[in-house]
Ligand binder design. Structure first.
Ligand code: 5GP
Ligand code: ZN
Length: 138
């Protein structure tokens, strides 16, 4: 299923041209236009899902399989030193395009990029951790 006026639906399905690294029946992998590092790419499912919550299990499994494959090839070809997989859901989490996508970000020694989700570690005590554990599992 595609969504009207969704730019990633149009890119994924070839209506808008992109620098494509890989394509099959279900996915297109493209170079990001605002890269965090050389080779920053995005996995786009050809079907529209707003975000992780809406993703089908089958597509989710396919995304991870493809991410592993792409990361392996890209690391070899680009000679990067490490790799981030980043996936944002919701505005508060940094999502700006509301068609599910997985970022593939090659990392290089001294690339000067901060990982986007840097955080100040909290200092929860055991009681707080237990409360949260119960919220999630209860
Ligand atoms: P988000 O912030 O939603 O996780 O990531 C959106 C990403 O899509 C950003 O990294 C941005 O640079 C990229 N992007 C936005 N519009 C386009 C576009 O039209 N073409 C390509 N190739 N990348 C895009
Ligand atoms: Zn879409």
């Amino acid at each position: 299923m595609k969504k009207e006026d969704c730019i990633f639906c149009k890119i994924a399905n070839g209506e808008i041209p992109s620098k494509t690294l890989y394509e099959d029946e279900k996915f297109r992998v493209i170079l990001d236009l605002g890269p965090a590092a050389k080779g920053h790419a995005l996995i786009l499912p050809k079907d529209h899902f707003d975000n992780l919550y809406e993703l089908s299990d089958e597509t989710g499994a396919g995304v991870m399989k493809l991410a592993r494959k792409m990361a392996t090839v890209m690391t070899e070809k680009l000679a990067c030193d490490g790799f981030n997989l980043v996936q944002n859901n919701g505005e508060v989490a940094g999502q700006t395009v509301f068609h599910f996508h997985m970022h593939l970000i090659p990392r290089y020694e001294g690339d000067g990029q901060r990982i986007k989700i840097g955080w100040e570690p909290g200092k929860p005590d055991q009681e707080e951790l237990e409360e949260i554990r119960k919220m999630i599992t209860g």
